[in-house]
Structure formats: structure tokens, C-alpha cells
Write a protein that binds this ligand. Sequence first.
Ligand SMILES: [Zn+2]
Length: 313
Amino acid sequence: MYIFKKPQPLGKAKKRSKENLRLLNMLNRYITDTATVPVSILTRFWADQAAAITYKEIRKLIEDEDISKEDLENWSKDYSSFVSETLEPMWLEAIVAGQLSNAILDEIRGKEFEFDATDEGIRNWIKDRGSEFVTNAVQEQKKAIQRLTMKAVREELSPNELARVIRPCIGLTERQAQANLKYYSHIKEQLRKDHPRMKEENIVRRARDRALKYAEKQHRYRAETIAQTELAEAYNAGAHQGIKQAQERGYIGHVKKVWVTARQDNVCKYCEAVEGVSKEMDEYFDVGKCGRVLIPPAHPRCRCVVKYVEVEE
Ligand SMILES: [Zn+2]
């Protein structure tokens, strides 16, 4: 949910405790230091995917009014390799970094307690998240292209023109792809109005160049969203698994988790509403329209964390 609050006046702003700030800063720093590589891999990945599909294939897709099974299978394969080559090692590192943030494990870490990154809970988490990622990415890609085809047919673009609009949109979400087509149509309209004597082919070419630049920005934004969110997911899962492992082995007792929101000036109102809420380890937080979650992030780009507090030895 991208609903942001206006900065609150200082007097009303809630003070974050030292420990909360430490936890928030650790996650923030981790994401800032780590996200660059997956962002560039993802943007390159989509460029390769777009390059792999020919205009002829896209025109066929427009004629059939559907995406072929073969395209879907290819995308699925692409995303699966992206998951195993890029996301899985990235998740694993973030899981290890996340469990290091748990202050209540500091005293026993490296002595009695050693975090086990090959634990079944972690292997399952990575496996489930991976297949979910592939399914969602392929579905989103399919919806985006179907939406473009439908819209463009209604706006009476020729298959040729449409194919050239669709290709740079591969890898965008349905909403982004729609915004891109809208932008393209808007530029054409504007050019026709401002330059009544400009040839149609020049208008189309110029609009296409602009839409292409816009698509690059959109790809970058989406890559950042994915990288940041996946890092936050794994990091928080690592912190959670660390506590569970220590509990299972009897090093710590009854632990509660407390939601900690990021700096109050850009926290979504649903996250802000659960600030300070305390839950049992396996209980869900009810984060309004963001849904019910065991741990943050509650939504894309969410920078919330939880603090684990031992309430009984
Ligand atoms: Zn949040």
C-alpha cells in the first residue's frame, strides 16, 4: 500500500527507543548495501527477455489474443533460473544477516548457540518463496501483456505498431504497462496537436522513443521494489528463524515479538497502526489493507522490523 503520511510535527512524533532505532538502521543499511546488484541483474534480465521475443512472435500473440503456452513456459524457466542463480543466494545471505540482529541471542551466539542456515525451516522458506516468486512473476507478465493487447486493439493500433509498444513493456507489472501505453498515446496526441504538419510515421517514432525511455525508468523502479522487498522478507525471516532455533534448543524461553515501524515520516498508515503491537511468535499481525502477516514486510518497500523480547526465561 503506497499511502504515505505527511511528516508529523516534531512534538507529536513518537520517539523510537535506542534499540528500535538500532534494529531499523541495521535493516536499512543492509538493504542499501545489498540491493544494487540484484537491481542491475533484474533490469538486464528483462532486457534479455524482451530481446528474446521477436516482433513476429508478438504479432502472433496479438492475432491469437493470447499468450502461447510456449511463451509462458519460457518465462517460467527464465524466472526459475533467476530465482536459483540470484534470489536464493541473496535470500540466504539476508537470512543470516537478519538473525544477527537479534540482541537477545548476543550472549549465547558463538558459544552454546550457532545459527543453522541449512535448517529445514529455512530450506522450506526458500523453496516456497522461490516457487511463489516464479508463479507471481509469470502471472503478472501475462496479465500485463493481455491488458496491453486488449487496450491497444480498442485504440485501433496496428499489430505492427502494437508489437513495438509491447516489447519494451516485458517485465513491467500490469499497472505499469498500462501507464506506459497511456503515456505513449498521450505523446502521440500531443505531437499531433503541437505539430499538425508532422508526418504520422515521425510522430509514432518519437512517441515510441519517449515510451521506451519511460519503460526503462519503470523497469528500474520495479527492480528496486523487488530487490528491496525480497531482501526485507528474507532478513526478517532470518531474525524469526534465529529465535525459533534458539527456542527449540532450549536456550531462550517465552518470547514475544513487537512491531517496529520505520521512521514515522514515510510509514504507511496500516503499518503505523500496528506500531508497538506485541504478539506471540506464531500469531499474525493484522496490518489493515496490507493483510495479515507473521512478520514484516507488510507490503512492497516496507522497512518495518520486529523486536523479539524474552518475557519468561
Ligand atoms: Zn511497514
